[in-house]
Design a protein around this ligand. Structure first.
Ligand code: SF4
Ligand code: SF4
Length: 148
């Protein structure tokens, strides 16, 4: 099953604006739709929909959530091998590689761009990433020990 926008959609365009891959289309005040061939199933559209009109891959309504409540990846620098796969798969460019001295590691360098899609988490082969509550201080989203 794919994500779907139901007829309760009021055409506000919130989903269209948040979608990182331009999978949503629709005219203002008209029901919007998702192009399955483009959608990466991140569910960000559902989390911003004010009318609860979007269902997930299981057919369940995605609840609206304030952005401050969206989890964000935390990178364990001790485990990160700096392979760069997380930065490659990140659809918004939030994750980038960082260098401090001779040490290279992944970091959420643009926390406000992170849409909590979990692609970095799903693709890390070394389990160096955990999805955790977003810090009030965005600078803390950068690479750090998970135990900190
Ligand atoms: S689930 Fe993500 S990629 Fe798919 S339409 Fe919604 S915002 Fe776009
Ligand atoms: S969860 Fe990871 S891959 Fe997804 S937007 Fe945030 S940093 Fe990028």
């Amino acid at each position: 099953m794919a994500l779907y926008i139901h007829e309760t959609c009021v055409g506000c365009g919130a989903c269209l604006r948040i979608c990182p891959v331009d999978a949503v289309s629709g005219k203002q005040k008209k029901q919007h739709e998702i192009d399955r061939s483009r959608c990466i199933e991140c569910s960000a559209c559902g989390r911003v929909c004010p009318t609860g009109s979007i269902t997930d891959i299981f057919g369940a309504v995605i609840e609206k959530l304030p952005r401050t409540a969206w989890d964000m990846p935390k990178i364990d620098r001790e485990v990160c091998t700096a392979c760069g796969i997380c930065a490659e798969v990140c659809p918004t460019g939030a994750m980038e590689m960082e260098k401090q001295g001779d040490v290279r590691f992944a970091a959420v360098r643009h926390p406000s761009s992170c849409i909590s899609c979990e692609w970095c988490y799903d693709n890390c082969m070394f389990s160096a990433i955990e999805m955790k509550e977003r810090d009030a201080d965005p600078a803390k989203g950068r690479g750090e020990k998970l135990s900190d």
